[in-house]
Design a protein around this ligand. Structure first.
Ligand SMILES: CC(C)(COP(=O)(O)OP(=O)(O)OC[C@H]1O[C@@H](n2cnc3c(N)ncnc32)[C@H](O)[C@@H]1OP(=O)(O)O)[C@@H](O)C(=O)NCCC(=O)NCCS
Length: 137
């Protein structure tokens, strides 16, 4: 799914992330029973510090991807809600992500704020911004 949705049209064919197999990493997806493939969305939540406040617990969201036919139907919002619940249960103070500019509206609608300047991600070659959500004071 990462290759199909996130690496389409890019030179990168490496869809693995450092930390995919760490015991504290959560992979949260969405399954539609009568659909092939049954997994129609994926997201990965890793324990990684937020650069502006590195002493507090934080979760980085990576690999947020919804299959084309299921985009804009609420699946992504459901994954964010599940990931935030996971982060709260992990005692994290922040959830953060490197968000594609094309998806910034999606994160802002979920309460994230944009932090810092635009940058390019080598793996995808598209512009990004950092986004962060503070879960507790
Ligand atoms: C970005 C993405 C994860 C969002 O997930 P999704 O399931 O499509 O989003 P949802 O259906 O939950 O929509 C959430 C909100 O965004 C809005 N939205 C969705 N697509 C939109 C679009 N193209 N333009 C404007 N608004 C849009 C929805 O109307 C909804 O608005 P609401 O909060 O007011 O109800 C998904 O579209 C996707 O995988 N895109 C391609 C890969 C990608 O960009 N991943 C993110 C990498 S950082």
């Amino acid at each position: 799914m990462r290759l199909d949705v996130l690496r389409r049209g890019t030179p990168s064919q490496d869809a693995n992330y450092d930390g995919d197999a760490e015991p504290t990493t959560a992979h949260i997806g969405a399954v539609v029973a009568d659909h092939l493939p049954s997994v129609v969305a994926t997201s990965t939540w890793l324990m990684r510090p937020w650069s502006a406040d590195p002493t507090r617990g934080a979760v980085q969201l990576r690999g947020m991807a919804v299959l084309d036919d299921f985009q804009n139907t609420g699946v992504g919002a459901a994954l964010i809600a599940a990931g935030i619940a996971h982060a709260l249960a992990s005692n994290a103070t922040y959830v953060w992500a490197k968000a594609r500019d094309s998806a910034l509206y999606f994160y802002e609608r979920r309460g994230f704020t944009v932090d810092g300047d635009q940058f390019m991600e080598p793996a995808s070659g598209v512009p990004h911004h950092l986004v962060v959500l503070e879960l507790r004071q």
